[in-house]
Design a protein around this ligand. Structure first.
Ligand SMILES: Cc1ncc(COP(=O)(O)O)c(C=O)c1O
Length: 373
């Protein structure tokens, strides 16, 4: 089998040895240290030193599953802890895999959705989020891809890379139609922050939907490698544990402990992220709106924006020049849209982000001049 290339990670790797001064290539929130997370919970570091370095329980520690359940609004037994949402996606796609099956995924979209569908022998069918529609989800466009071979539909809201949100009407209509047809709806909510009003629906209004989440994005702790599946359907849950056994077996107990502390104090973790994201997004809007060489749909949530060069040119050379000038972004070809580029706005402290905005503005001024010449 030919493994689809994970172009986004290859681009990031290229700059790992000598990183540009600022990285706006990521999509997590502002960085926390181990000491800061322990301080959040008033936990004595000596206590953490006694954590046994064993396998954590297969499905995650009871304490962590309980915190995730409180956060998501399900019961602890509904929660399976995974190695990041990455493993959650892999488990869900593998458990739905069938010969001649297909999975309907967003385009643009996080590469694992389509990539893993192919890896597990199925056809990824893309539904377009069009910039002329503000990257909104159109349920009819999604459903036009669904046929008797469709095993699952994936929605990601807030959305990577565009920062768009699924509307209440769209998601409820989609969930009802898929439920009628017996097709699983997977909702990737890794960027959801309860304070930002990004989800004008309740999980109970989405019959049969499976929410997945993680500690990496809204909760800003990507290095913990903790994610989850929250499935209330007991029959469907059966194979998840077996797949976890094959993929990663368990998480690290220390990571689970830190995730538990962070979730217990999630109000402060999320508030810090939301504040950084809001401030930086305003700064980014000032730059984007001033330069005719570039246009965008302003994100309404999440951590990334997906502007495009109005010339329609491939943005990779621009991204390479920008990286040389000290700011790393992501060329849109990594996500199938070469005239776009992705700019993350939630993980740099505002002072550093402002510095990066000066470099971006200068690079865009050169693009403006070229377009005018
Ligand atoms: C939409 C989406 N889902 C899932 C993931 C996987 O994240 P992780 O494995 O760190 O939880 C990412 C990572 O960027 C993402 O953007």
């Amino acid at each position: 089998m030919k493994i689809p290339r994970f172009t986004l990670e290859h681009w990031m790797r290229r700059y790992e040895a000598a990183p540009p001064r600022h990285s706006l290539a990521g999509s997590a929130g502002p960085c926390w240290t181990v000491g800061e997370v322990l301080a959040l919970g008033g936990v004595d570091p000596d206590e953490v030193m006694t954590t046994p370095i064993l396998y954590a329980p297969f499905e995650g520690s009871t304490e962590l599953r309980t915190e995730v359940a409180n956060y998501v609004g399900v019961q602890p037994e509904d929660v399976l802890i995974t190695t990041g949402a990455s493993e959650a996606i892999a488990i869900l796609i593998a458990s739905h895999a069938e010969a001649n099956g297909n999975v309907v995924v967003p385009s643009p979209g996080y590469p694992s959705f389509a990539g893993l569908t192919q890896v597990f022998g199925m056809e990824p069918r893309e539904y377009r989020l069009r910039r002329e529609d503000g990257f909104a989800i159109d349920p009819d466009r999604v459903l036009s891809n669904v046929d008797p071979g469709t095993r699952a539909v994936i929605v990601n809201s807030p959305h990577n890379p565009t920062g768009s949100l699924a509307s209440r009407e769209a998601l409820l209509a989609l969930a009802a139609a898929l439920n009628d047809r017996g097709v699983t709806l997977i909702v990737d909510r890794v960027f959801h922050s309860p304070g930002d009003d990004a989800e004008p629906w309740g999980l109970d209004e989405l019959p049969g939907a499976i929410p997945i989440g993680d500690m990496s994005k809204a909760l800003s702790l990507p290095g913990l490698r903790v994610g989850w599946i929250a499935d209330r359907d007991v029959a469907r849950r059966g194979p998840y544990l077996d797949l976890r056994g094959y993929f990663t077996l368990s998480n690290a107990p220390l990571a689970e402990r830190l995730a538990t502390i962070a979730l217990q104090h999630r109000g402060r973790v999320l508030a810090r992220r939301d504040s950084v994201a809001r401030t930086n997004l305003s700064a980014l809007a000032l730059v984007i709106d001033r330069h005719p060489a570039v246009d965008w749909v302003r994100p309404r949530g999440g951590a990334t924006s997906f502007p495009w060069l109005t010339s329609g040119r491939d943005a990779r050379p621009f991204c390479e020049r920008l990286a040389e000038a000290g700011v790393l972004t992501v060329p849109g070809d990594c996500l199938g849209y070469p005239d776009h580029f992705r700019v993350g706005f939630a993980d740099n402290e505002p002072a550093a982000f402002a510095d990066a905005m000066e470099v971006l503005a200068e690079a865009l001024s050169r693009e403006d001049d070229q377009a005018a010449a």
